[in-house]
Design a protein around this ligand. Structure first.
Ligand code: ARG
Length: 457
């Protein structure tokens, strides 16, 4: 085993078990590009400030660039015996250019280095999650546009409540996703400050220029406190929390798809490519993808709790506990990204059974509120109208009728305000499309939502 870079103080080498336990390269190697980019900016600053010679700075930058290319092309493989990605890259640099390579770590610690790397890395990952969310919003909006006139039952307590359009239902998810996206973007803003130059925790005696590094790396500024710079992982928690919410939304949607695919509902049918069969029951077509999205939600929540718990007892500043941030935040974003990837085409290819949706909406006295509203429009107080409408529903249930088939004379026994136009008023299409208030199911209300979502990306 290669001697650890910090071996100077130690008289014994660490055991294999200790090295394996301590090592993070198996999961932090994915940050190699961020690590190298950060080191290049650091080396440039060291040269610029005269902390190392310009020639050494140039050679370090050139060699790091080469190392990056060699990793990208597969010429250089990670050494799984290395302690972490930072040590691996630095050792490789020193292998290639000897003493000059050893100057890179001047006025830097792995504590501020790792804090920098993870911010750089998450900035990329979160930006791509934001893209994915955007694209899923588009999917929901397009699907809504195609279903502006598709009537379905709206539910509360999973009981048929009032008629809505499928468009309005889908748009609810588009708005949830929009908030998710905004939460991620907000977290990105707060994270975008450079911790480099905090060094181990106390800053440094070298005349470094932290702003120069921050600027080169596209940060909005520097973390203003050196202890905070190395010990802050709030951004991981914020991002994991945004991910947990987003995953929860995907999970609620998945649950609805699972219900809607069942024989009991049959509102939608998933494309064969996005469902699976049973090994024993030939009739089955299972919504496994949705179940997995729902199931993986537990794991994303777990990652959030891991991060919060990891941080709660760590005194300032850096503690090795913090190495545990990576697996949690990576797993959390990997999982969410995978789910976003698969949900989009699943939604795009699912078939909507408009007839079944409409038929379900036509049952269950879904127009009982409208019957009450009818009396209100004719001058009755809502509470009284509500009571009469309820009595008529009870009468229908006893006599196996629906509101549309109650004879006019019967209606008039309940109130003389009822006239022939009641049937028109409680007609399903009427009930759905006359809900023209903002945010409702009428075509115009839905179009307003669609336009809003399209013009506020
Ligand atoms: N692999 C470590 C981490 O992920 C890097 C920082 C190590 N710093 C230290 N003082 N041991 O947090």
């Amino acid at each position: 085993m290669a001697k650890a870079m910090w071996a100077g103080r130690f008289s014994k080498e660490e055991s294999k078990e200790v090295n394996d336990f301590n090592s993070s390269i198996s999961f932090d190697s994915r940050m190699y590009e961020s690590d190298i980019t950060g080191s290049i900016a650091h080396a440039r600053m060291l040269g610029h400030q005269g902390i190392i010679s310009q020639a050494d700075s140039d050679l370090i930058i050139e060699t790091l660039t080469q190392i990056l290319e060699d990793i990208n092309t597969g010429k250089l493989e990670f050494d799984m015996e290395a302690e972490d990605i930072h040590m691996f890259i630095e050792a490789e640099l020193t292998n290639r250019i000897g003493e000059v390579g050893k100057r890179l770590h001047t006025s830097r610690s792995r504590n501020d280095q790792v804090a920098l790397d993870i911010r750089l890395h998450l900035r990329k990952t979160v930006s791509s999650i934001v893209e994915q969310i955007n694209s899923l919003i588009d999917t929901f909006v397009n699907m809504a546009e195609a279903n502006k006139e598709t009537i379905m039952p709206g539910y509360t307590h999973l009981q048929r409540a009032q008629p809505i359009t499928f468009a309005n239902h889908l748009l609810a998810y588009a708005f949830m996703l929009k908030r998710d996206k905004e939460r991620f973007m907000d977290a990105l803003k707060r994270m975008n400050y450079s911790p480099l130059g905090s060094c181990a925790l106390a800053g440094t005696t070298y005349p470094i220029d932290r702003e120069m590094v921050a600027k080169e790396l596209g940060f909005d500024g520097i973390v203003r406190n050196s202890l905070d710079g190395v010990s802050d992982r709030d951004f991981c928690v914020e991002i994991a929390s945004a991910a947990a919410l987003c995953q929860m939304h995907l999970s609620r949607f998945s649950e609805e798809i699972i219900l809607w695919c069942s024989w009991e509902f049959k509102f939608i049918e998933l494309d064969d490519a996005y469902s699976t069969g049973s090994s024993i029951m030939p009739q089955k077509k299972n919504p496994d993808i949705c179940e997995l999205v729902r199931g993986k939600t537990g794991r994303v929540y777990g990652d959030l709790v891991t991060l919060l718990t990891m941080l709660k007892g760590t005194p300032l500043a850096y503690n090795k506990d913090m190495q545990e941030d990576k697996e949690a935040i990576f797993d959390c974003l990997d999982t969410l990204s995978m789910c976003l990837t698969i949900v989009k085409p699943m939604v795009e290819t699912m078939r909507v059974n408009k007839t079944n949706m409409r038929n379900a909406a036509a049952k269950g006295f879904i127009n009982a509120t409208d019957l009450a509203d009818y009396l209100v429009k004719k001058g009755m107080a809502f509470r009284s109208a509500y009571k009469i409408s309820g009595s008529i529903v009870a009468f229908c249930i006893e006599n196996n009728l629906v509101l549309e088939t109650v004879p006019l004379e019967k209606y008039q026994e309940y109130s003389e305000l009822f006239t022939e136009d009641v049937y028109q008023y409680i007609n399903l299409e009427e009930c759905t499309f006359k809900r023209t208030s903002k945010g409702a199911s009428a075509v115009k209300s839905v179009e307003e939502q669609i336009n809003y979502l399209r013009s506020n990306k």
